[in-house]
Ligand binder design. Structure first.
Ligand SMILES: *[C@@H]1O[C@H](CO)[C@@H](O)[C@H](O)[C@H]1NC(C)=O
Ligand SMILES: *[C@@H]1O[C@H](CO)[C@@H](O)[C@H](O)[C@H]1NC(C)=O
Length: 253
């Protein structure tokens, strides 16, 4: 690769070359390149040590100790056949090739850039789908468990309700019996029958008490504890990932 200082030097050579070959340049450019910027005097000498053209004032100021000076006219005359000429030509070819390569490379990247973006978009969507599917699955699982638990509990309560209904019927029957005894039987019979009834009723009472006891022990029959991981999901996960770009060459003007 050619650095900036070398390139400027090359352009200066190039201008000299154009002059030497007698090609026509616009007058203002010829004016600039033939005269020294600083002293506005015509270049007459070429300093090989500093690789620059000099006017007479430049030589007095800066090149009084330089040994390798050449008259600009001589230097320009044999420039066509010199190594410098070949070197310039070669360097320019190389420079042009390098620029072409970089340009082609960047044009290719430009073409694939939107393809790459599309691929990343797909990846983001896939990630999202995977998360969605997983959330759907674990949600289905918990709803399923909830349904089954509720069904089981309902069934148990229904069984109990049926049992209570039987007990109610039995008690009603006892009550009816007491009424009958009071109306139709003798005192002795009453005494015996009542004793039996009391026995029956007290057994039923015990049963009822045990049911009520169990009842009080299980007030909340269905509850739910959300998993801490799910609770923390929104606060913990703040991004899908990162998008990176590789820094690219930009020419400064
Ligand atoms: C002379 O040399 C000095 C110091 O190196 C530099 O600042 C100045 O620009 C030079 N002048 C010319 C005419 O080349
Ligand atoms: C669970 O119950 C709800 C409401 O009763 C119902 O909509 C849903 O389909 C049930 N789900 C399963 C998996 O049984």
């Amino acid at each position: 690769m050619i650095d900036k200082a070398k390139l400027i030097n090359l352009l200066l050579y190039d201008t000299l070359l154009v002059m030497a070959l007698g090609k026509k340049l616009p007058n203002d450019i010829l004016q600039i390149t033939q005269n020294c910027d600083k002293h506005n005097e015509r270049y007459i000498i070429y300093c090989k040590k500093h690789e620059c053209p000099c006017c007479s004032s430049c030589i007095v100021e800066n090149h009084s100790v330089c040994r390798d000076l050449a008259k600009l006219a001589d230097n320009v005359q044999n420039i066509k056949t010199s190594n410098a000429f070949y070197e310039i030509e070669h360097s320019l070819t190389e420079l042009a090739e390098n620029i072409k390569t970089i340009r082609q490379n960047r044009q290719n990247i430009l073409k694939t850039l939107s393809e790459k973006k599309f691929k990343i978009l797909q990846e983001i969507k896939e990630t999202r789908n995977t998360i969605n599917n997983h959330l759907d699955k674990i949600q289905d699982d918990i709803i399923n468990t909830l349904n089954l638990t509720e069904e089981k509990e309902s069934r148990q309560i229904e069984v109990l309700l049926t049992q209570l209904k039987w007990k109610e019927n039995e008690i009603s029957e006892c009550q009816r019996n007491i009424e009958k005894i009071r109306q139709h039987v003798t005192d002795l019979q009453t005494f015996v029958s009542i004793k039996q009834l009391v026995k029956k009723v007290s057994i039923k009472e015990q049963l009822l008490q045990s049911i009520t006891k169990v009842e009080n022990c299980q007030k909340s029959r269905l509850s739910y504890q959300v998993s801490t991981a799910i609770q923390k999901y929104v606060t913990d996960i703040q991004s899908f990932g990162e998008v990176h770009r590789r820094p690219s060459l930009v020419l400064s003007s």
